[in-house]
Design a protein around this ligand. Structure first.
Ligand SMILES: Cc1cc2nc3c(=O)[nH]c(=O)nc-3n(C[C@H](O)[C@H](O)[C@H](O)COP(=O)(O)OP(=O)(O)OC[C@H]3O[C@@H](n4cnc5c(N)ncnc54)[C@H](O)[C@@H]3O)c2cc1C
Length: 453
């Protein structure tokens, strides 16, 4: 079977897939190959992880002829212990570990991350490479937790980079779209483990959201809005509150116990700006059962079982979907949301649900939140390739007045020049890629189009 991504719309060109067990093996593979791409969990919706690819609907198309001088590298089997440094407050791990696996072990050690994405199935290196994020006015994206990297570069050499010692170049190397080399080990900043409670509210009037936007988005540690843009309502609001240090007691993990728990009222009470508290657990996609989502109804539990929307032990969605996401500076949040709402008739046939999240500003060159706090406006699309391609340019045009930046790991059709212009450090990033990889071993079609195109 040809190699595909999670949503099966990207068919990677065939090339051997290596699963090295040691860093030395990674170095040998890189030295011996003409083109290399590192595979994370293949959860990106475009060809960012492919050496070369057909980006299409799920209909099989013939792969390109195998080129044995090309190599895909998966770090699934890399032996690299998880090391905690309590004095520095860091954890160092195999960069190819999934958040699900890492966070479980972190929690057992009494450590936590500041945030997680909607699902824990993605790898740490893969998520950080594309600027993957969760939500929260005070929370930077996941890459902002990175304080150190170990990297196999194009000549097979091993380099380490740290936030403390490599200054500016480090800010360019964290969200790097796989272009600098193979990140083999990654060091993340930790904090003491904490507990959380999650509440879901239904039917927030859009007018109330626009009037009280900052209050709504700051009403919890992490706030996600789920609008389908119809009927002047935000379908659901998910609030994730931090409730204190984790003492290992009175926590109910992901599982059926939460579903049977008596609903508690959130700190906002029965009502949140006109939205009403959910009385049962809910899936954010209408008509889907809540199986697989993290516990709601205010049941207290560990941070890593509340920050994501999906449980680590379940499949992230029971429908196949495509995804796009666009970021606008927080200052333009309300006009940008109104612009998307204005497309409701176009969106209705192809959209499953949207999600709106806030992300704090950072200094990572290719982060979508570089230099400004942002609002991420996400679209979970039906698996309708043509429909999605009809609607994406309309959404992009509506958001273009606001300096839109697309998610590097999701679908978009914005022209390369517009994407590049949205990143003040794009020239510096290009130079960094050229310095690390002068022969273009890690350059793929995606980098050629959007960084060098
Ligand atoms: C159901 C679903 C939910 C999602 N939810 C969110 C969300 O909540 N927030 C969000 O922002 N995004 C979300 N995404 C998008 C996803 O987080 C990104 O696409 C992420 O990059 C996927 O990580 P991955 O491990 O699958 O990496 P891949 O898609 O396999 O790779 C992504 C990039 O990382 C590079 N890479 C991977 N490993 C390494 C390494 N060791 N060294 C160097 N480069 C490497 C690859 O070469 C590629 O360029 C979601 C995706 C899905 C399918």
């Amino acid at each position: 079977m040809p190699l595909r991504n999670w949503s099966e719309n990207v068919q990677f060109s065939s090339a051997p897939i290596h699963a090295p067990e040691t860093t030395e093996e990674v170095q040998e593979i890189v030295r011996a190959s003409r083109k290399v791409s590192v595979l994370g969990a293949r959860h990106s919706f475009n060809d960012v992880a492919a050496i070369d690819a057909q980006v299409e609907d799920a209909t099989a198309r013939p792969g390109k002829a195998e080129d044995s001088s090309w190599a895909y590298i998966s770090l699934e089997k890399l032996h690299a212990p998880i090391e905690f440094d309590s004095s520095r407050g860091t954890v160092t791990c195999n960069a190819g570990i999934t958040y699900g696996e890492l966070c479980q072990q972190m929690h057992e050690e009494g450590a936590a991350l500041h945030n997680m994405a909607s699902l824990p199935h993605v790898t740490v290196a893969g998520a950080c490479a594309t600027g993957t994020h969760g939500s929260g006015d005070g929370n930077g994206n996941l890459a902002t937790a990175v304080v150190g990297l170990e990297l196999v570069t194009a000549d097979g050499g091993l380099r380490t980079l740290s936030r403390g010692e490599d200054g500016d170049a480090f800010e360019g190397a964290v969200v790097a779209l796989g272009g600098l080399g193979v990140v083999t080990r990654i060091t993340l900043a930790t904090e003491p483990a904490y507990t959380m409670q999650q509440y879901v509210y239904e039917n927030l009037p859009a007018a109330a959201l626009y009037e009280h936007f900052d209050e709504v988005m700051s009403s919890a540690y992490s706030v996600s809005l789920f609008p389908d843009w119809q009927d002047g309502m935000v379908n659901q609001v998910w609030l994730k509150h931090r409730t204190g240090p984790s003492d290992g007691t009175a926590c109910i993990g992901a599982g059926s116990m939460a579903r049977e728990a008596t609903p508690q009222t959130g700190p906002g009470g029965e009502e949140l700006f006109g939205a009403t508290a959910g009385r049962a657990e809910l899936n954010h996609v209408a008509n889907l059962p809540p199986d697989g989502v993290t516990p709601q109804l205010g049941v207290r539990g560990p941070w890593h079982e509340r920050l994501p929307h999906f449980r680590a032990d379940s499949e992230p969605a029971s429908v196949v979907e495509l995804e796009s996401e666009y970021f606008v500076p927080r200052a333009h949040a309300v006009p940008a949301l109104k612009a998307v709402e204005g497309l409701r008739d176009l969106l209705e046939p192809v959209l499953l649900i949207s999600e709106v999240r806030s992300i704090a500003a950072d200094r990572l060159w290719l982060s979508q939140s570089y230099g400004t706090p942002t609002l991420g406006i996400h679209f979970s699309w039906k698996m309708d390739w043509e429909g999605v391609h009809r609607v994406m340019p309309e959404v992009e045009e509506a958001l273009s007045p606001y300096g839109v930046r697309p998610h590097w790991g999701k679908l978009f059709t914005l022209p390369a020049a517009q994407v590049q212009a949205a990143y003040p450090k794009m020239d510096d990033f290009r130079k960094l890629l050229e310095a690390y990889d002068p022969g273009g071993k890690f350059r793929n079609g995606f980098l050629d189009r959007y960084i060098f195109g």
